[in-house]
Write a protein that binds this ligand. Structure first.
Ligand SMILES: [Zn+2]
Length: 231
């Protein structure tokens, strides 16, 4: 019985409402790699669905800002981004993760970056979420996969940065934007076609979200039974 109560307590505290935002959609295609025929808006949706499955498997409620190739507002980009952020209010979300792939005129650019809002409404939570995702992505990512060479992981780690991105600035909870990899890097783009490489990225973000939620759970937990569980 004690074990059951402890487990129920764990599940109750652990389960979160998560908004995943597959960047772009519809007329907003994002960046692209014509040689490999990869388009950011398609790849973000694919990765978001894989990540959603993993998180739902852990008992979380996951809502995607879009489930297909559509814009949330085809007439106004700012309105499109605002509607995505507004979903954090509509669903009383615990966290918001916007997923993107980067592009650069320098075809050698590679790696990942995690952004927090420059003027965050939830600064500590957003930085906590960013740190956790950054930690796990940097441990999951294989430099070879990202188009670098072994021993070159530092170059691939774009770190945590602050930006005035509307989509995370207006979110009413912990919010980050992740640039998972450079589509314009040929090595990366080639490998992004494989399920194994997509899974590396998805697993990094998944583990980071779980790490952040575990940290939140420990700090929130105050019931006597729960305190015993966490000792
Ligand atoms: Zn993007």
């Amino acid at each position: 019985m004690k074990r059951l109560l402890a487990l129920l307590c764990f599940v109750q505290l652990h389960a979160a409402t998560i908004i995943l935002d597959p960047g772009h959609g519809g007329k907003y295609i994002g960046t692209a790699n014509d040689v490999e025929q990869l388009v950011e808006k398609q790849l973000t949706l694919e990765v978001a669905k894989l990540l959603a499955d993993k998180l739902r498997g852990s008992g979380h409620t996951v809502i995607l800002t879009r489930e297909s190739d559509v814009a949330l507002d085809a007439d106004d980009l700012i309105a499109d981004l605002t509607k995505r952020a507004q979903m954090t209010v509509d669903h009383n979300a615990d966290l918001f993760v916007s997923l993107h792939f980067n592009g650069s005129a320098n075809k050698k650019s590679a790696g990942f970056e995690v952004y927090v809002p420059y003027e965050p409404l939830y600064p500590i939570k957003s930085y906590g979420l960013a740190s956790a995702i950054h930690y796990d992505l940097s441990h999951e990512i294989d430099p070879i996969f990202q188009g670098g060479s072994l021993g070159n992981l530092n170059r691939l780690d774009g770190g945590i940065k602050a930006a005035r991105f509307n989509v995370i600035k207006k979110a009413q909870c912990a919010a980050v934007l992740v640039e998972l990899a450079y589509l314009t890097n040929e090595e990366t783009a080639k490998k992004l076609k494989s399920d194994v490489c997509k899974d590396i990225l998805v697993t990094g973000v998944y583990k980071g979200i779980e790490r952040y939620l575990t940290q939140q759970k420990v700090s929130k937990c105050s019931r006597p039974r729960c305190r015993r569980w966490h000792k």
